[in-house]
Design a protein around this ligand. Structure first.
Ligand SMILES: [Zn+2]
Ligand SMILES: [Zn+2]
Ligand SMILES: [Zn+2]
Ligand SMILES: [Zn+2]
Length: 101
């Protein structure tokens, strides 16, 4: 019996094991098994991208900052321009919201 095309093979050359729940490296966008998904394990060529770059969480903004600019209210990371709760339409801007839903 043949298996349908489920899962992904680990992108690490020395491994290639089929993994049904592959983990994606967010630096190089490749799928890895749980043993190789860390940048160190697959010697990620894009690991440097993960270091010191914080992408602005505001929708439509592609800006990245070298340092973390976190909003105290919603704990999101933003660029310098959008760091103020008003500038990123902060969800936690005024009244406290409940976790319902
Ligand atoms: Zn692997
Ligand atoms: Zn990687
Ligand atoms: Zn921004
Ligand atoms: Zn906020």
């Amino acid at each position: 019996m043949e298996f349908p095309d489920l899962g992904k093979h680990c992108s690490e050359k020395t491994c290639k094991q089929l993994d049904f729940l592959p983990l994606k490296c967010d630096a190089c966008k490749q799928d890895f098994c749980k043993d190789h998904f860390t940048c160190a394990a697959h010697r990620c060529p894009f690991a440097f991208k993960k270091i010191f770059t914080y992408r602005c969480s505001k929708e439509g903004c592609k800006k990245k900052e070298m340092l973390q600019v976190a909003c105290d209210q919603c704990r999101g990371n933003f660029c310098i321009q959008h760091r103020h709760p008003l500038d990123h339409s902060c969800r936690h801007g005024g009244r406290p919201t409940s976790k319902a839903g």
